[in-house]
Design a protein around this ligand. Structure first.
Ligand code: ZN
Length: 127
């Protein structure tokens, strides 16, 4: 488990990358949190996705078990923009396959640091 390559595409092992955050270490910045949430999607860590979602915007039911499940293919972080000490945005493109078709999710996500931890607030998707 500890030797697998991290799904976020950093090139590091899971335990040296997003795995630390999945196990409870606070993400250093919004970029790290964004990557760890992508990895959590790949690994099916619904509890982590909820724990890192702002309580104001977190959906009551998080459906990771929807069938068919998307097959995540890769993440590219385009930009990480700290706005102030507590706010940042991250633009990314995540690629996945659903029913044999390839899709891209291009999103600018907003993050907020609450009580020392970065949380996902919401995002704007586009092409
Ligand atoms: Zn990672």
């Amino acid at each position: 488990m500890s030797d697998v390559t991290c799904p976020c595409g950093s090139g590091r092992t899971l335990s040296a990358c997003c795995g630390r955050y999945h196990e409870g270490a606070p993400a250093l910045d919004a970029d790290a949190l964004m990557r760890s949430r992508y990895s959590a999607n790949v690994l099916g860590l619904a509890a982590y996705l909820k724990a890192t979602w702002h309580p104001d915007t977190c959906p009551a039911n998080l459906e990771l078990d929807a069938t068919p499940r998307p097959q995540w293919l890769g993440l590219a972080v385009k930009s990480h923009t700290p706005l102030d000490a507590q706010h940042a945005t991250v633009e990314f493109v995540a690629r996945y396959k659903l029913n044999g078709r390839a899709f891209k999710q291009h999103e600018v996500s907003r993050f907020q640091k609450v009580d020392g931890r970065w949380l996902y607030v919401d995002g704007e998707t586009g092409n």
